[in-house]
Write a protein that binds this ligand. Structure first.
Ligand code: EPU
Length: 302
């Protein structure tokens, strides 16, 4: 979608918003799939309510992009514009056991920066691509931990109230790859409370998680991480593997040979290819196991 309304275009500089026309979302997502649209890079949190009022007044549909690592975007010219936060510097500020982190900060950088300052707890998240805001929204987790356990405060744009609010940790519920945030809430910053641990000890944990991940996941390939959530008490990857579906392809969309719950873009896969692969695998799992797998990946398909 193109922003052509002169009223919007004229207001953007004052709002601290940069317009990037015709941005390819394939270049901004870890899957390397997605069509084009106009992108609005937001540099000032405070102006977000005004920006959204302006877009809504002119009936311009929009979506919020985080780090693009858990996302499957449709093909072609997209029917909405995309908002993305520009990272604030410094993006991580430490005070005793608290880390105040900008939502646009890189998750891996946050884990290592805190580690170097003797703050641990998030070792399992090393190697998970994406932004802190995305990890927060999804309650990202791995190797027995989840980010939600460390969240003490979240600053966010609340779409329903149309304003920026600060929530205390106890006002948010964090479940397995699910949170109580509304889909159109926009994460802005988070305060984490992390346990003190000497750096060498944290590093040991980080190395173990890195090794496990390298051994079991297709890290060098374009993917969105796990496609499906694990059903209670079971592993989606193991089920897909047991059906012999590793290597199954639609065009260049392919079930990874290394981990069956990772679907990779092995070349120039389209969203159509990837969605066909997801639907095909889901159907076969349902037929064989009677389990309807729930998406973990977020799909923006028109
Ligand atoms: N397995 C297979 N074949 C496969 C994949 C897995 O047999 O192709 C078996 C493994 O051998 C193991 C079991 O299934 O016995 C579980 O596999 P794994 O330890 O890889 O964990 P997972 O349940 O598949 C979850 C998360 C990952 C996270 C890992 C490590 C979900 C959907 N996946 O994977 O998170 O990295 O545990 O904690 O919760 C993600 O969220 O995108 C993600 C990759």
């Amino acid at each position: 979608m193109r922003i052509e309304d002169p009223k919007i275009v004229a207001a953007l500089p004052e709002l601290g918003v940069q317009l990037k026309p015709g941005t390819s979302l394939a270049e901004l997502t870890s899957l390397g799939i997605g069509g084009t649209t106009d992108m609005l890079r937001v540099t000032k949190h405070e102006t977000i309510p005004d920006l959204l009022n302006l877009l809504d007044a002119q009936a311009v549909p929009h979506k919020f992009l985080g780090g693009g690592s858990n996302l499957l975007v449709g093909d072609g010219e997209l029917p909405w514009v995309v908002l993305q936060l520009a990272s604030r510097q410094p993006d991580i500020v430490l005070q005793r056991n608290f880390a105040q982190v900008d939502a646009a900060a890189d998750l891996g950088r946050t884990v290592t920066f805190c580690a170097k300052n003797d703050l641990g707890g998030m070792e399992g998240l090393i190697g998970v691509p994406g932004s802190v805001g995305g990890a927060l929204r999804m309650n990202a987790g791995a190797y027995g931990m989840q980010i939600g356990s460390y969240v003490r405060q979240v600053k966010l744009y609340r779409a329903a109230a149309r304003k920026i609010e600060t929530l205390e940790g106890h006002q948010i519920s964090f479940e397995y790859r699910h949170t109580s945030f509304a889909p159109d809430d926009m994460m802005l910053a988070v305060k984490l409370e992390l346990p003190s641990k000497p750096y060498p000890e944290i590093l040991k944990g980080i190395r173990i998680c890195n090794e496990k991940r390298r051994a079991s996941q297709p890290l060098g390939q374009k993917s969105a991480g796990c496609i499906f959530k694990n059903p209670p008490g079971a592993s989606a990857g193991r089920m897909i593997d047991e059906l012999g579906l590793k290597g199954l392809s639609f065009g260049d969309a392919r079930v990874s040979d290394r981990h069956a719950n990772f679907f990779v873009n092995a070349g120039r896969a389209s969203a159509k290819d990837m969605l066909a692969l997801i639907a095909g695998v889901r159907e076969r799992v349902e037929k064989s196991f009677g389990v309807i797998l729930e998406y973990e990946v977020v799909v923006w398909n028109a």
